[in-house]
Design a binder for this molecule. Structure first.
Ligand code: ATP
Length: 365
């Protein structure tokens, strides 16, 4: 991530849609060269924030500061819009050739035909669609149309690229190819980008930082590692896949190690919380290991429990195994592991996880 200073800042932003406040953000900053993803549930305000930052939605209150200057007049807004590009889920292509679509932004900016054709051809090449240059944009596939849309955005060398759910309508292999090319292009051109997405994997692949949006506010903004492994509250923890969330009370606290009472069980974790503090233990399912063997003999993890399997269900490429260990614990295992361990619902197994795998949040947070 480049840290060449703030590029776009939002202060005290309030946006209403249909007369109702849907966005309320006191402070937002993206640095030059940074790639930021906005994630959050449906209706949380990701698109609204993206449209607001790209000045396509009016502010009810607050201000946007671009490169140190406030966008506070029609002139500064137009100047800002000339420096940004927006890619939507629906590519919205003109009924002309792919090449002319990619060159269209440069034409609007008054660039001569020879120059804009050269730049558009370069962009088509970089997006792997040079062979489509003369094809009608109405006769390309969804993936090719989105590549055209991204090439059109890059052709104008935007200072900030905004992407609103750019891959949602694409099948997984097509999406994978475009994400890979976009990621490379963003790094090569050092373009600052903000992307709204439903897909946390997309966010992890492309971003320097991730902002989690909750009911029109930024619940947390940080590196992928911070957000995924150190969520600030229960909402973020649940949203980023900390499937096990356990309320407990700190029993012992010494030298950065804590023992937490959860029901009749004790969980060891890392942290500095006073004895008696009510906390939430968050555990990612992929950090819970299951076995049929005695964990005392086999596992170096500090937390070892016997648990009865209450449910086994497919979960993407994995199987989700729900356990009753005196508290509810969730683990993901592969099909191969499930087959070789021959787990069945109702069976008692051993579950292990490290003290460092338990993220602890103050309950009131
Ligand atoms: N054109 C509109 N008129 C009125 N309200 C709107 C409009 N568009 C969105 N909203 C409301 O604004 C809030 C935020 O919506 P927004 O589309 O920004 O959320 P989102 O996180 O992008 O959702 P999704 O993931 O479903 O696209 C929601 O309450 C939504 O109902």
């Amino acid at each position: 991530m480049k840290t060449a200073g703030p590029l776009l800042q939002g202060r005290n932003l309030l946006v209403k849609r249909g007369g109702i406040p849907v966005l309320d953000i006191s402070d937002f900053t993206i640095m030059k060269g940074e790639v930021l993803s906005l994630i959050g549930p449906n209706g949380s305000g990701k698109s609204t924030l993206l449209l607001t930052l790209s000045s396509l939605l009016k502010l009810y209150r607050g201000k946007l500061i671009f490169n140190g200057s406030e966008i506070d007049s029609r002139r500064s807004e137009l100047d800002y819009r000339r420096q940004i590009a927006v890619v939507f889920q629906d590519p919205l292509l003109f009924d002309t050739t792919v090449l002319e679509n990619v060159a269209s932004g440069l034409k609007i900016r008054g660039m001569e035909k020879k120059d804009r054709t050269r730049i558009a051809e370069e962009c088509l090449e970089r997006l792997g669609i040079a062979h489509l240059a003369k094809r009608s944009a109405c006769k390309v596939s969804g993936g090719e149309a989105q590549r055209t849309s991204i090439a059109r955005a890059f052709a104008t060398s935007p200072t900030i690229l905004f992407l609103d759910e750019p891959f949602s309508a694409l099948d997984p292999p097509t999406r994978e190819g475009i994400i890979s090319d976009l990621s490379r292009l963003l790094r090569e051109t050092e373009t600052t980008a903000i992307m709204a997405t439903h897909d946390q994997m997309e966010a992890l692949r492309l971003s320097d930082r991730i902002a989690v949006i909750q009911q029109g506010k930024i619940a947390q903004m940080g590196s992928a590692e911070e957000v995924m492994n150190h969520p600030v509250n229960e909402f973020v923890a649940a949203f980023v896949g900390m499937d096990t969330l356990l309320t407990g009370s700190v029993l012992e606290s010494q030298n950065g190690r804590i023992m937490i009472a959860v029901g009749n069980q004790k969980i060891e974790a890392v942290g500095n919380f006073p004895v008696g503090e009510q906390v939430l233990c968050c555990i990612r399912p992929e950090n819970v290991t299951l076995s049929t063997d005695s964990p005392e003999e086999q596992s170096s993890a500090r937390n070892n429990f016997s648990g009865r399997i209450t449910r086994i269900a497919p979960h993407g490429l994995f199987y989700r195994v729900d356990l009753d260990c005196g508290f509810d614990l969730i683990s993901y295992i592969t099909r191969t592991s499930l087959d070789s361990l021959e787990f069945q619902e109702g069976q008692t197994v051993k579950a292990s996880f490290k003290a460092t795998a338990v993220h602890v949040i103050r309950k009131s947070a």
